[in-house]
Structure formats: structure tokens, C-alpha cells
Design a protein around this ligand. Structure first.
Ligand SMILES: *[C@@H]1O[C@H](CO)[C@@H](O)[C@H](O)[C@H]1NC(C)=O
Ligand SMILES: *[C@@H]1O[C@H](CO)[C@@H](O)[C@H](O)[C@H]1NC(C)=O
Ligand SMILES: *[C@@H]1O[C@H](CO)[C@@H](O)[C@H](O)[C@H]1NC(C)=O
Ligand SMILES: *[C@@H]1O[C@H](CO)[C@@H](O)[C@H](O)[C@H]1NC(C)=O
Ligand SMILES: *[C@@H]1O[C@H](CO)[C@@H](O)[C@H](O)[C@H]1NC(C)=O
Ligand SMILES: *[C@@H]1O[C@H](CO)[C@@H](O)[C@H](O)[C@H]1NC(C)=O
Length: 321
């Protein structure tokens, strides 16, 4: 039975081109009723307000998180408390199986200089301290507000990962025309536009996450007049955020178009340490097999407990059946 479980898991791993497999020892003995599987390390706080904080993330002493890049802080001076990454990004949700984080940047738009150059997450992400955190290709979109301007988003390799253009006629709308598509995308290029973020072909590597540059190019006849009609602003945000009426109305309304807003954005994370350094555990049972994917930064992510097991695969003995 255990042999077949092992084979199935191995076959599934091969089929999915999952490249990393390591094994965690199981605890022996099973007389007492099993406690609920832990999501964090022993004696570590695993929630901040109503947000769950699973290992490799953690708060407080160093034993509570995998490496310094996963050190979160809970600011409980506010109500509700705020969970912070790097003291700047507010964390709303951590997914273990997807290896993603939903955070809010404030201000939410990229700061761009007069020449049209700017960046997202200046100095904020990367592969510092054992955690490799980057912009997620999934779940986000580029949003540009402005007249007769094109925005291009590039990763640290200089690869374009999103672009769109926003036009305004010489006469006509003083600020914006809602999309005639009306469904999923609010803007089709009249005073604002939206575009998906596309992944690098092949392995982007660590360099890709080192920076995210935004470049604006104005192509209208009179940039001053265009800026007066719709100030240029660029966001990278959770798909669906901008479509919310209370968000788009505020951002597109002439009276409030300069206000600072926070924007939610999906990040993906991996444990930067190479898994081979962990693959030295004792093989006690095939059912203790934990399968992970090799991350783009050379670390590992998306770890799963074996089928039929719950718990946290990032914690030694964290999978329980
Ligand atoms: C957790 O706390 C309990 C009670 O304070 C203590 O007995 C135990 O040794 C602690 N465990 C760890 C891993 O720190
Ligand atoms: C974790 O991060 C916080 C805030 O950035 C910092 O104050 C704290 O010292 C860090 N913890 C450790 C153990 O380095
Ligand atoms: C706030 O956090 C501090 C340190 O993490 C803790 O000592 C304190 O008990 C917390 N206060 C509340 C109200 O949870
Ligand atoms: C991105 O940069 C890395 C490291 O500098 C390099 O190995 C890789 O080939 C680059 N990828 C692309 C698509 O340029
Ligand atoms: C551009 O627009 C500004 C503001 O509307 C106006 O003052 C300026 O004269 C315009 N420039 C040209 C070259 O039309
Ligand atoms: C394997 O298990 C034995 C006995 O529990 C322990 O002494 C040894 O250190 C373990 N080896 C590794 C590589 O974890």
C-alpha cells in the first residue's frame, strides 16, 4: 500500500515536471488523538488580527520564521492590527500551496519622474535574506490613467512584461469614457487602459525580480494639456481591484484624481535556500514525501504534503495524516 502511494506520488511529480523532492521524518507513535496540525513553529504566534501566518513566514523571535526575509511584524497599535512585510508592505493573505502573498502598497501607483521613468517596489523585493519574493505574473494587471501616453513595465532583465496605451481625442471627454465592453475591463484605452502581466518565456532567473521599471512615453501634441485632462498614473494591482466602482470612481473623478490610494498586488515567494541542503533527512516512510517545485530563483516553493495528509509541509514533521 505504501509502495503504491509512493509510486503514485512519484509519477504525479514526474508528470507535473515537479523537480524537487525531499523527505521529512514522521513522528513515531500514534496513541494520543492527533492535535490539529500546526501552521507555525512551536510557541510562535501564527495570527495577526484575523490573518493566518504559516511558516516559513513568522513573527517575533528568529526561530519562528525560516530566514530573515520571512520575518513579518504585527503592528497591533492599530485596529484591526496590520501585518507588515519589510515594515512597508501590508500583508492580507498568505497562500502556502500557491506560494503567493497579497499585499497592499501605499501609495499604490508607481512614482515616475518628469522624464517618464519610475519603478515599483524600489528596493523592496528580491532575494534578500533567504526569501525570494517577486511580482506574481498571475492575478495582477497594469492600469494606466492618462491622455495620449503609453506605459511599459519591464522586469530586472529589461524584458517587457506589460504595456498599454491610453488615448484622448482633441475634443470630447474631459476626463474619461467608460469601456463599451463593460464586463471585465473598465478601460479600453480612452483616458485609461488595462493590460495583463505576461511571464518571461523560460526561466526569468533572480535578476528578473531585482527591479520593476515603469517607462512612460507621451505621444500627444500637448502634454501639458493632456496632463490637465487626466494626470498620468500607473498601477500594478490585483485584477478586479480597479473595476470596483468605489475605486475607479475615485481615481477617475476629476475632483479626487490626485489622491493617494493603496493598491493590492499579488507577490510570489520561494525559499531561496537550495533544497539539496535539506534533502538529508531520514527516510522513515514513503508517506512522509513532501513534493515541492523548483522556484525561478533556484530555491523551492509550492510544497505539498502527500495526499491524505494535512498540515504545513514547510515545517519538519509538519505533514500529519
Ligand atoms: C514552548 O513553551 C512551553 C511552555 O512555556 C515550554 O515548555 C516548551 O519547551 C516550549 N517549546 C519550545 C520549542 O520552545
Ligand atoms: C524582524 O523585523 C522587524 C521589523 O523589520 C525587526 O524590528 C526585527 O528585529 C526583526 N527580527 C529579527 C529577529 O531580526
Ligand atoms: C501587541 O504585540 C505585542 C508584541 O508583539 C504584545 O506584547 C502585546 O500583547 C500585543 N497586544 C495586543 C493587544 O495584542
Ligand atoms: C535574465 O537574467 C539572467 C541573469 O542575469 C540571465 O541568465 C537570463 O538569461 C536573462 N533572461 C532573459 C530572458 O533575458
Ligand atoms: C498646451 O496646453 C497648455 C495648457 O492647456 C497651453 O497653455 C499651451 O499654450 C499649449 N501649448 C501649445 C503649444 O499649444
Ligand atoms: C537520522 O536519524 C537518526 C536517529 O533518529 C539521527 O541520529 C540522525 O542524525 C538522522 N540523520 C539525519 C541526516 O537527519
Amino acid at each position: 500500500m505504501t509502495i503504491s502511494a509512493f509510486s503514485e506520488t512519484t509519477a504525479a511529480a514526474a508528470a507535473m515536471m515537479i523537480v524537487v523532492v525531499f523527505v521529512l521524518p514522521l513522528s513515531a507513535g500514534a496513541a494520543a488523538p492527533p492535535p490539529a496540525p500546526a501552521i507555525g513553529m512551536p510557541n510562535c504566534s501564527t495570527s495577526c488580527g484575523d490573518i493566518s501566518v504559516p511558516y516559513p513566514f513568522g513573527m517575533g523571535p528568529a526561530r519562528c520564521y525560516h530566514s530573515p526575509g520571512f520575518n513579518l511584524t504585527c503592528d497591533n497599535t492599530t485596529s484591526p492590527p496590520r501585518l507588515l512585510l519589510g515594515g512597508i508592505l501590508q500583508v492580507h493573505y498568505i497562500s502556502l500551496p500557491q506560494s503567493t502573498l497579497l499585499v497592499t502598497r501605499t501609495p499604490g501607483d508607481a512614482r515616475v519622474d518628469a522624464g517618464g521613468s519610475g519603478s515599483l517596489f524600489a528596493g523592496g523585493l528580491g532575494d534578500d535574506d533567504g526569501a525570494y519574493i517577486k511580482l506574481s505574473y498571475i492575478g495582477n494587471e497594469l492600469i494606466l490613467l492618462g491622455c495620449n501616453v503609453r506605459a511599459t513595465l519591464r522586469n530586472g532583465n529589461g524584458t517587457t512584461i506589460s504595456t498599454c496605451s491610453s488615448l484622448c481625442g482633441d475634443i470630447g471627454p474631459s476626463w474619461y469614457v467608460p469601456s463599451s465592453l463593460g464586463s471585465s475591463m473598465l478601460c479600453t484605452g480612452d483616458a485609461c487602459c488595462q493590460a495583463p502581466i505576461v511571464a518571461d518565456a523560460g526561466t526569468a532567473g533572480k535578476a528578473a525580480a531585482a527591479s520593476y521599471d515603469v517607462k512612460l512615453e507621451w505621444f500627444g501634441r500637448n502634454r501639458t494639456a493632456d496632463e490637465e485632462r487626466m494626470p498620468t498614473r500607473v498601477f500594478v494591482a490585483d485584477k478586479g481591484w480597479f473595476e470596483k466602482k468605489q475605486v475607479s470612481d475615485r481615481l477617475l473623478h476629476p475632483a479626487t484624481k490626485y489622491i493617494d490610494v493603496g493598491a493590492p498586488v499579488w507577490l510570489s515567494w520561494e525559499v531561496a535556500e537550495h533544497p539539496s541542503t535539506r534533502a538529508n533527512s531520514n527516510i522513515t516512510s514513503p508517506s512522509s514525501l513532501v513534493v515541492c517545485e523548483e522556484g525561478e530563483g533556484g530555491g523551492y516553493s509550492a510544497c505539498l504534503c502527500p495526499e491524505g495528509y494535512g498540515g504545513n509541509p514547510y515545517i519538519p514533521d509538519g505533514c500529519q495524516g
